[in-house]
Design a protein around this ligand. Sequence first.
Ligand code: CAA
Ligand code: NAD
Length: 290
Amino acid sequence: MPEIRHVGVCGIGLMGSGIAQVSASAGYQVTVLDTDQPNMSAAQVLERGMARIKQSLDKFVEKGQLPAAERDATVQRLKATSSLDDLRTCDLVIEAIVENMPAKKELFKKLDALLRPEAIICSNTSSLCVIEMAAATKRPKHVAGLHFFNPVPIMKLVEVVKTIVTSQETIDTLFAFAQKLGKKPILAQDTPGFIVNRLLVPYLLYAVRMYESGLASKEDIDEGMKLGCGHPMGPLTLLDFVGLDTTYYISEIMFDEFKDPLMAPPPLLKRMVLAGHYGRKSGRGFYDYS
Ligand code: CAA
Ligand code: NAD
């Protein structure tokens, strides 16, 4: 199996920051990339992402689960950059940028041109076709999905997504990598939503429809699933946590593939995204976080 020493992460948002954190915590050298955004410079995005990582590590230190010296060593292993060229020596790159195929394909093409031919490129996509990203490269057998769950430092699962051409060696390497991060890998096929989101997303969308049609208040929907089913968060709180924008993109992708009305974005979700109500990350979603 190829040895992984240097890990690249593209995107330092909700997921990329967590993936970079757990990779550095496991002892890997990590370079995490982000770019200028319409409302923020790359430097600001990177600063916000690094602050999120430090806050999360501090929580583990406060609880006595991580020695302060190890937190500091973890931070030392992390490099934040806005230059793609800094990923050149990576053995594994995990893409966690916006859930948009043209953006992901463009990045995969650039990574393919930059990295040595044996390096593995993975996507943390929630719903997009991994083979379409693989086909943008000259190394499709070294491309797979590596789907983490939010919040990455806490959630134990990683879905390893095998396309019809991913090599078994790549899958074995990714299973070993996920285990080194302290995660439980499971094997999923390259179909939108893989295993977990195929079940979770229609449930979340149905909660929006119930609220939208006035069947129950948002608080009662959330309390219902928390107290009645033992879920840690009700579905509308979870939607705010995942990001309404991300869920909307996932829903469109899943509907496009399956044409199942349960997967179609509810009108209210679309309108909330258009209004910029993305959930916790924008300060407002179903609930107010300002
Ligand atoms: N870093 C470090 N520690 C964290 C953390 C983070 N980012 N987030 C939470 N924690 C810790 C807290 O410090 C706390 O620790 P203690 O219990 O030891 O004090 C613990 O986790 C619980 O946190 P809170 O008390 O703040 O709140 P909580 O009990 O509600 O737990 C939660 C938070 C772990 C997020 C929990 O609510 C939960 O599991 N929610 C469901 C999350 C979920 O379903 N995720 C999957 C989303 S779908 C997805 O990711 C796939 C996709 O493609 C969209
Ligand atoms: P996010 O909006 O929090 O972060 C995306 C980051 O990517 C931003 O920091 C943005 O500046 C950056 N970015 C955009 N284009 C870029 C580019 N070309 N190069 C480098 N950086 C770029 O989104 P997120 O919630 O972290 O989701 C990221 C990916 O992970 C998506 O594919 C999403 O479907 C998937 N995912 C999300 C969740 C979740 O709960 N939010 C869970 C699992 C998987």
